[in-house]
Design a protein around this ligand. Structure first.
Ligand code: NDP
Length: 434
């Protein structure tokens, strides 16, 4: 849409989704008659607001906050909050648009939203993070609610930030309800939520491999990022017999051909909020290289981009293919540029798009909402079992849709987009002019 041409990330995701929907739209003329796509591309609401806060030195600071409530056709808005200097309206809209389809794929009743701020949590003290979160929620609280919009974490927003945000919501409203997910276990969080996105990626990858008579055993994985998603994808992959040979943060990457020890990375990142380079202090045999892009030049069987959008460009895709990588499973949102995706498709490798692969996180967030409504907390085995089943179902649905509407039975991009789209489209049609 030309009116959005100044929003490159949003245009990119819309281009990717729409180009895979041509066949399904042709088969359903009623969507065209009802101008469904035009309606689907316009967010229901965008809130943008000032977030003033005070540094430890007593200086004034101000950031911009956002909440994009994109589509509530199948349930209340649901999607994370991202605190990162790169956040702007285009990034928020791309993430919220992706979220509509991801949430639909889970089979659970949740609509699509996303929010965040251009605040940079790096190098900030605990008190500064708390003051920022309190100020952010002082505006956000009026736009969210347990049956309206339920935010969660994303880049830069983990359990510490969710705690501060929830505390402030409760102070203002006096309402102890499930308005945020990713909460701590002492105040309504769900077991397995921390692990869910990473575990879900591996459960889905495993389904894809199982259907082809293969497994993760002895496969070499490269995983970008070393945050929540990357860490738990690595943990589950190792548990299933794979070795994770490289991981990174935005400064650089570590490599050990014998496989990395994920418990050390957890200690560095989750306890110390440190940098990945610290790994070599515990394991001097591993190598650290400055600059994270070189991670894609390491020969591997399977690549899991789990850091951020557009982290695999055409050049990185070519490096992966040259080194005989035969599967890419996207953990972060939109990690591959459009030309990188084309290169993978031309090479015919297995490619699992992010909206399917990383749907486990929001799925367990929705399970957290269910537990909060029931005022119960399910054991971890139950949540994990539900997560596994949801990921297996996503695989089945996208595989069936790929055969019906895709360029090949392995066209999981079309498979995922079509499955997700049909549910949202039908819900919008049935609700009239929404
Ligand atoms: P975290 O903040 O926990 O970790 C992000 C990781 O990616 C860090 O290692 C960070 O390095 C790196 N990273 C972030 N931005 C960049 C950048 N511009 N260039 C290079 N490296 C970067 O975030 P999550 O693990 O939660 O999220 C990762 C991705 O997964 C995001 O795309 C997110 O939207 C997606 N996702 C997350 C879900 C969740 O449940 N958490 C659910 C579904 C999707 P550094 O510390 O140096 O910044």
């Amino acid at each position: 849409k030309s009116k959005d041409s100044h929003e490159p990330e949003f245009i990119q995701t819309v281009t990717e989704v729409l180009s895979s929907l041509e066949k399904v739209i042709d088969c359903h003329p009623q969507y065209q008659e009802a101008q469904l796509l035009e309606r689907l591309l316009e967010p229901e609401r965008i809130v943008s607001f000032r977030v003033p806060w005070m540094t430890d030195e007593g200086k004034y600071a101000v950031n911009r906050g956002f909440r994009v409530q994109f589509n509530s056709a199948i349930g209340p808005y649901k999607g994370g909050l991202r605190f990162h200097p790169s956040v702007n309206q285009s990034v928020m809209k791309f993430l919220a648009f992706e979220q509509i389809f991801k949430n639909s794929l889970t089979g659970l009743p949740i609509g699509g939203g996303k929010g965040g701020s251009d605040f940079n949590p790096k190098g900030k003290s605990d008190n500064e993070i708390m003051r920022f979160c309190q100020s952010f929620m002082t505006e956000l609280y009026r736009h969210i609610g347990p049956n309206l919009d339920i935010p969660a974490g994303d880049i830069g927003v983990g359990s510490r930030e969710i705690g501060y945000l929830y505390g402030q919501y409760k102070r203002i409203t006096g309402d102890f309800c499930g308005v945020l997910t990713g909460k701590g276990l002492t105040y309504g969080g769900s077991l397995i939520r921390t692990q869910a996105t990473g575990y879900g990626i591996i459960y889905l990858a495993n389904e894809v491999l199982k259907a082809r008579g293969r497994s993760l055993k002895k496969k070499k994985l490269t995983i970008s990022g070393s945050g929540n998603v990357a860490i738990y994808a690595a943990e589950k992959a190792i548990e299933l017999g794979a070795s994770v040979i490289a991981m990174c943060d935005s400064n650089g990457f570590i490599y050990d051909k014998e496989g990395l020890d994920i418990s050390i990375i957890k200690e560095i990142k989750e306890v110390g909020y440190g940098r990945i380079r610290e790994y070599v202090e515990s394991k001097p045999k591993a190598e650290y290289t400055e600059g994270f892009k070189g991670i894609w030049n390491i020969p591997c069987d399977i690549a899991l981009p789990c850091a951020t959008q557009n982290e695999i460009d055409l050049e990185s895709a070519k490096m992966l293919l040259k080194n005989k990588c035969w599967m890419v499973c996207e953990g972060s949102n939109m990690p591959s540029t459009l030309d990188a995706m084309s290169a993978f498709a031309d090479a015919g490798i297995l490619f699992i798009p992010s909206k399917a692969a990383n749907a486990g996180g929001v799925a367990v967030s929705a399970l957290e909402m269910s537990q909060n409504s029931q005022r119960l907390s399910w054991p971890s085995e139950e949540v994990d079992c539900r997560l596994k089943n949801i990921m297996a179902e996503i695989y089945q649905n996208m595989a069936v849709a790929a055969i019906k509407y895709g360029k090949s039975s392995q066209d999981f991009i079309t498979g995922a987009n079509v499955t997700a789209f049909l549910k949202v489209a039908d819900a919008m049609m049935e609700q009239g002019l929404v």
